[in-house]
Design a protein around this ligand. Structure first.
Ligand code: FDA
Length: 305
């Protein structure tokens, strides 16, 4: 718990980010979780996943931008990703973070930009809005609903719900009422006890409670987890309620539990892997370290060599 808290704090350190990005060894280590610096570099890993019947959600790494120029650049990359997916016929959708589209300093700009990305994705595309820390939850959900209920209504958008937040049950109810597709995850940020469950057993119990609500809805949702107990819980609930494996998908992160990814596909389950790329990998990399401090020992061992 102490190591996790420390790593999540360091994820926000600008100084460490500059150091890590300029360090050859840390760049190499980050490659375990990041598919490449550019879209071109990420393409081969995506093809390899698709060849194993694994779909992808492609993410351009970047968050918390501070001016309109950076938002324009992020939009440009999102549009390139959509074009690239079509041109290369990849089995992929895209994920976006709203702070990369200006949520923190201009909500109207953020909504207008997301609207254009959804229009470009079209009815055969899908855009998943990642969920960031709890100071962004309400604004992220509001933005998603503004797209959903907008003119024209854009229904090729979905959002993420974090099982560690107390509020998530109410949020799931509201999203299901509207018909929005959800990715359910445990949650990756440092949160206070006033807003989030502190203990793993509580987060896990809430994950399974929310998973049951999502499965009952009849909509196509994603269950993002590497936890065998959560996967088994989703499978058990679905089997007990005669919900077919095609009615939902499991999702995992690039580079994590590849054995489990292929095993689930072999058993007939749908699998999507979240594939990040780009040079701004440091906060994402640190969150992956925090999830499993054993990864940190792997990094330190390599640095000591
Ligand atoms: P848990 O953390 O309990 O881990 C269970 C087991 O999984 C571990 O024992 C280990 O074997 C393995 N494992 C987990 N993390 C690992 C790692 N980093 N390295 C190696 N092994 C690891 N969060 C968020 O706040 N907003 C979001 O939008 C998203 N989006 C998202 C998309 C997808 C596709 C996934 C899979 C995850 C996210 N997350 C996220 C992250 C999520 O909230 C959570 O932090 C991680 O998935 C870890 O939680 P698990 O459910 O895997 O369980």
């Amino acid at each position: 718990m102490v190591v996790r808290t420390l790593l999540l704090q360091l994820a926000g350190s600008h100084w460490l980010e500059v150091y890590a990005r300029n360090n050859r060894l840390s760049r190499r280590l980050a490659r375990r979780f990041v598919a490449g610096d550019s879209l071109e570099e990420a393409t081969e890993p995506i093809r390899q996943l698709n060849a194993q019947k694994i779909a992808v959600s492609l993410d351009f790494l970047g968050e918390s931008v501070a001016d309109a120029g950076e938002v324009e650049a992020a939009e440009c990359v999102a549009l390139q990703m959509l074009q690239h997916i079509r041109r290369e016929q990849l089995d992929a959708n895209i994920s976006v973070k709203l702070t990369a589209l200006g949520l923190d300093f201009d909500e109207q700009l953020c909504r207008a930009t997301l609207g254009r990305i959804l229009t470009a994705a079209g009815s055969d595309g899908f855009v998943r809005i990642d969920m960031e820390d709890s100071s962004h939850t309400q604004r992220t959900l509001d933005t998603c609903m503004a797209m959903w209920n907008g003119t024209p209504a854009q229904h090729n958008v979905g959002v993420v719900i974090q099982a560690y937040l107390y509020r998530s049950e109410e949020d799931v109810k509201a999203l299901l009422k509207a018909g929005v597709r959800v990715r359910l995850c445990k949650g990756a940020y440092k949160e206070q006890a006033t807003v989030a469950f502190r203990h793993k057993h509580e987060v896990d119990a809430n994950y399974l409670r929310l998973a049951g609500m999502l499965l009952d809805s009849g909509l196509y949702h994603g269950f993002a987890t590497h936890d065998p107990a959560m996967i088994a819980g989703v499978q058990r609930y679905a089997a007990e309620h005669s919900i077919k494996p095609e009615a939902y998908e499991f999702q995992m992160l690039y580079g994590i539990r590849r054995d489990l990814q292929t095993a689930l596909v072999a058993e007939g389950y749908r699998m999507r892997v979240y594939v990040p790329f780009g040079t701004h990998w440091y906060p994402y990399f640190m969150r992956r370290m925090a999830e499993r401090p054993a990864n940190l020992w792997f990094v330190l061992r390599n640095m000591a060599r």
